[in-house]
Design a protein around this ligand. Structure first.
Ligand code: ADP
Length: 528
């Protein structure tokens, strides 16, 4: 018997005309059959025999039906019997076993045959293998269901995010208006300002999370590996959350095991982001008791060690059925909780992925409704040489000299408020700050003075930040020059780095983050 591929294309010359019809029927890549008036099959073409791999004798009569999938058999049998009896054309789908004993989906059609005098002869029909087509359909259906589900989640997310943005926004606008219109005491002014600031930061965190999620989803986040003081980082965390927890009458503690190294190599910004998220959640979802961050280390090999950060709280806890949901994007336990406590459902998803980018893991170790939760974030870090183990208490460390002490900084920005703001931000670090209101003045100042770092705005009237960079580089190739812009998109950052900026810092930036980013840039420069 010929296979499809064997059949030569020049059949018109090689096949005798009287056999031509038979040849065509056998050659078609369609399984053709014929039945008698009783519905018993009397003929199968070569393609059928080839497909099933069973001899004609086996298929004849109703023998072929033994190859129907057991799940389809009864339906098929009753359907065919009915149509044969009523002499009605039909179309049916079922699974039929092939020569490799695999079931393939068939689309079968059949119709009654009559001779020229209208005498009923039986049925003729064919089957086409539609398995691939059905698989595509199933895939499409699944993709559609996934897209529909994602759409619902995104709609809920948008509603959540817009609520999360509107709440702090309305506080900022409302309080700013009150401050402009009403006379008030200095104390009241300070109180409103603190609230405006807090809400502004909250707003910024939401925007940053949304931007980070799009980067994580596009696999565009890379971890840095720079040397930093773990202790300094924990100090910043302590300062930040000490106040926040006091506002809710909670106790916030950091416990350090004796052997934690101080100077390590990893990505401090991302570590801080993950810890900030975990601790913020713990404070948010705890109404009474305490939130504890316990830091321990376990050596791996050579100069590598695992650092574990366990964030424990005595809060509302998470019911077991929701525990796998919380690390998924937009995964919140349920609408009642998100309505009561707010949030976008992005923080844990981001932290989970960031922990992986750092080579570590984030997991929910334990959680009991109404008792509390413990999350563990664990990463491998490289321990810098001659790093003394951290034994100081956190309060000791407060009095340590800031790493920016004595550093000379030049700020270039056309907006007076920004110059003032950055000047104030650095004022408690002991850094010496000068500022320039445009590119020309900045260049002159750089020709006459030596700065340790220059921070410049990009969009300025007259000379822009890129030109400032180029002109300074003509006589000074070493001083780190950092772009300070309001554009948070990766493309803007990439452009700044391509043009030769040492780093890109997005405005608005808070005091702690600006200081720690500038510290990191200066540390990078000295470690080169
Ligand atoms: P959100 O912005 O909603 O807090 P997250 O991704 O950070 O988003 O957290 C997802 C959900 O996990 C939260 O909405 C909350 O239901 C639950 N969750 C996270 N941390 C805690 C915690 N410490 N205690 C109780 N529930 C928590």
């Amino acid at each position: 018997m010929n296979s499809y591929s064997d059949r030569s294309a020049d059949w018109t010359t090689s096949v005798q005309p009287k056999y031509l019809k038979e040849y065509v029927i056998d050659s078609l890549p369609v399984l053709i059959w014929q039945s008698d008036v009783n519905g018993l099959y009397t003929y199968f073409n070569s393609s059928w025999i080839e497909f099933t791999g069973r001899p004609l004798e086996h298929e004849i009569g109703l023998g072929w039906m033994k190859s129907i999938h057991p799940e389809d058999y009864q339906r098929c049998f009753e359907f065919l019997q009915k149509h044969f009896k009523e002499k009605k054309s039909f179309e049916i789908e079922y699974r039929l076993q092939d020569s490799e004993r695999k079931y393939r989906w068939m689309m079968g059609q059949g119709c009654p045959q009559y001779d020229s005098s209208g005498y009923y002869l039986g049925f003729i029909g064919y089957n086409i293998d539609v398995s691939d087509y059905k698989k595509h359909l199933d895939d499409l259906q699944m993709a559609k269901q996934a897209a529909d589900a994602a759409n619902i989640i995104k709609t809920e997310f948008l509603a959540n995010v817009s609520h999360e943005i509107r709440s702090p926004m309305s506080i900022i606008l409302g309080f700013a208006e009150i401050m402009r219109d009403e006379n008030m005491s200095e104390l009241e002014r300070q109180d409103l300002l603190t609230r405006i600031l807090r809400n502004g930061h909250q707003l910024l965190n939401i925007i940053n999370d949304v931007l980070d999620v799009s980067k994580v989803e596009a696999n565009k986040i890379e971890a840095e590996s720079i040397q930093f003081s773990l202790y300094y980082l924990l100090q910043e965390i302590h300062e930040l959350f000490d106040i926040k927890s006091q506002e809710k009458n909670l106790i916030f503690k950091i416990n350090l095991s004796d052997s934690i190294p101080d100077l390590v190599k990893s990505d401090p910004t991302r570590i801080q982001q993950i810890l900030t998220n975990l601790i913020s959640n713990s404070i948010k979802f705890t109404n009474k008791g305490e939130v504890t961050l316990t830091v321990t280390s376990s050596p791996i090999e050579n100069n590598k060690t695992y650092i574990s950060f366990d964030v424990h709280d005595t809060g509302i806890g998470i019911a077991p059925e929701y525990q796998n949901k919380i690390f998924k994007p937009f995964g919140q336990v349920d609408a009642t909780i998100s309505r009561k406590y707010g949030g976008t459902g992005l923080g844990l998803f981001l932290s989970y992925r960031l922990a992986q980018v750092l080579g570590g893991q984030l997991a929910l170790v334990k959680s009991q409704p109404n008792e509390g939760s413990t999350f563990q974030f664990r990463i491998p870090v490289e321990v810098a040489e001659a790093s003394p183990p951290v034994q100081l208490t956190l309060t000791h460390h407060l009095s340590k000299k800031s790493p920016l002490y004595g550093i000379k900084i030049l700020i270039v920005d056309d907006a007076e408020e920004n110059r003032l703001l950055f000047n104030r931000f650095f004022s408690q670090t002991g850094a010496h700050v000068e500022s320039a209101s445009n590119g020309e003045i900045a260049i002159q100042m750089c020709q006459q003075n030596k700065y340790d770092i220059i921070l410049t705005d990009i969009k300025m009237p007259g000379m822009d930040g890129y030109t400032v960079l180029k002109k300074i580089r003509q006589f000074d190739s070493k001083t780190p020059i950092v772009a300070l812009t309001a554009h948070a998109l990766t493309t803007e950052k990439d452009k700044c780095l391509q043009e030769g900026f040492s780093e890109h810092i997005t405005k608005p930036v808070n005091r702690q983050s600006l200081i720690s980013q500038v510290t990191k840039i200066l540390q990078k420069k000295t470690s080169k």
